[in-house]
Design a protein around this ligand. Structure first.
Ligand SMILES: Cc1cc2nc3c(=O)[nH]c(=O)nc-3n(C[C@H](O)[C@H](O)[C@H](O)COP(=O)(O)O)c2cc1C
Length: 356
């Protein structure tokens, strides 16, 4: 029997992950034409699967042609041409013995109009982050407060993109509810100041996420996966916790546990940080509130940190380490001395330099 905590298999619904290490979703901004990522960016995912990662997330795929895109060069998955581009990637990941999940998102207020075909930004409330947009050096424009029509339209975008992923053969779909993007903007009182059924109480702020999950779930076949990503930090105004208290966070986790989800992916900035003024980290607080499988991410970079992270979670995801080191899984297996990477080093992800 394999008792190595990192390299023992894990059953995720119908899938058997060969180990507990996966590639976290990573936006690469490489799609020049047709919202299809560059060939080397797609090959990167296949290579990580061949090099031992058990689970491969795609970059965040934007859910519509109106306002979902937050960064230049993001991908979509709603046209036949886009579906055909992903099919061989998904097949190769499966042939390598790994599981593939397409992550989809709507950026909400963290965008600027020029990059979206419709030139419009939407959010739960017309509020901008304090931080400037690092890509333009300017304040983010004030978003339109989403109407009920907008809410319905955005939900359809998630559904259509999930259908695209299923058509492309993906093993699962992830709804990106983290990092201060649209779904997170609804969940958090920091960004949601609505007075209708989508704002105010935690239950009301949860409603938009719930409607997306419940609309997407029926298009995911029973033998495929549906996961949800959540975080207590955002890409803008990072010092602001997106949830005010442990109770509020756990109420949302409890609500998510009642949805047709197969796992919750918890994105911590650093998995070891004690969350919400408690003496427990965010994976531990998540575990208290759900019996769903938990993925954890955030400064997991070597065998010791991966083992520590898996004390409170089932699957450990890496972004920067697995981005910059193609042999990361094998190096972790061997317990090699490894260092954490800085965010600036990961900026190579956004260049045209093919990664090894
Ligand atoms: C280049 C890059 C792109 C990222 N893009 C996404 C994304 O598309 N979706 C997402 O949920 N997180 C994204 N993240 C966040 C990572 O998934 C992860 O949560 C974060 O980097 C912390 O993990 P790490 O310490 O292993 O890097 C990105 C991170 C990096 C470095």
């Amino acid at each position: 029997m394999n008792t190595d905590p990192l390299f023992s298999p894990f059953t995720l619904e119908n899938f058997r992950l060969k180990n507990r290490l996966g590639v976290a979703p990573m936006t690469r901004m490489s799609s020049v034409k047709d919202s299809i990522p560059r060939e080397d960016v797609l090959e990167f995912l296949v290579r990580r699967a061949r090099n031992g990662a058990a689970l491969i997330f795609t970059e965040a795929i934007v859910t519509d042609y109106e306002s979902a895109q937050g960064y230049p060069g993001q991908a979509r998955l709603v046209t036949q041409r886009q579906i055909e581009a992903w099919k061989p990637v998904v097949r190769a990941i499966r042939d390598a013995g790994a599981v593939s999940i397409m992550q989809m998102f709507h950026c909400g207020r963290v965008a600027w109009p020029e990059i979206n075909p419709a030139g419009r930004i939407i959010a739960p409330s017309p509020l901008i982050p304090r931080d400037l947009n690092p890509l333009t050096g300017k304040p983010y424009p004030v978003p339109d407060e989403m109407s009920l029509f907008d809410i319905g339209h955005v939900i359809l975008g998630f559904v259509e993109t999930a259908k695209g992923a299923i058509n492309a053969g993906f093993d699962g779909v992830e709804i990106h509810g983290a990092h201060g993007y649209l779904i997170n903007e609804f969940l958090s009182a920091y960004t949601n100041q609505r007075h209708d059924a989508y704002g105010g109480t935690v239950a009301n702020r949860y409603r938009f996420a719930q409607e997306i999950i419940q609309a997407v779930a029926p298009v995911i076949p029973a033998d495929k996966l549906l996961t949800f990503r959540i975080s207590d930090w955002g890409v803008v105004d990072m010092d602001v916790s997106l949830f005010r208290t442990k109770e509020e966070y756990q109420q949302i986790i409890t609500s998510l546990s009642q949805e047709p989800l197969d796992a919750i992916s918890v994105s911590a900035y650093d998995f070891q940080t004690k969350a919400f003024g408690t003496d427990r980290n965010i994976a531990q607080l998540t575990r208290e509130a759900t019996s769903l499988p938990i993925m954890i991410c955030g400064k997991i970079y070597d065998r010791a940190t991966a083992e520590m992270a898996l004390k409170d979670a089932d699957i450990a995801l890496s972004a920067k380490s697995i981005l910059l080191n193609p042999d990361w899984v094998e190096d972790v297996r061997q317990g090699k001395p490894l260092r954490p990477y800085h965010s600036a080093e990961a900026d190579i992800a956004y260049t045209t330099t093919p990664l090894p």
